[in-house]
Design a protein around this ligand. Sequence first.
Ligand SMILES: [Zn+2]
Length: 113
Amino acid sequence: MQPFAVEHIMPQSKGGETTLGNLAWSCQGCNNYKYNKTEALDTISGKRVPLYNPRKQRWRFHYAWNYDCSLMIGLTATGRATIEALRINRQELIDLRKILYSLDQHPPKKFSK
Ligand SMILES: [Zn+2]
């Protein structure tokens, strides 16, 4: 398991403040991939779009799980671009989700169907 980090949604380097509305609890792996990004390319539309903001947007509008909840599926340009930018479906997370799913510990209740 990776340690968690307090993530600035709008990076401090781009003027983001250390206030509750701009902070998210993130695994260090996703936080490293996000770095100071605020937008990314959606490969389907070919457009650069804002990354998902967990403080302002609803998870269920932008994401779903596949049949065994091992893969996050982007339902919107923002959802898809965020999955790619943060590499949310990297192999170690797929493996972790499969183990947790088998133990009935995944997905988190607020993100289930
Ligand atoms: Zn993560």
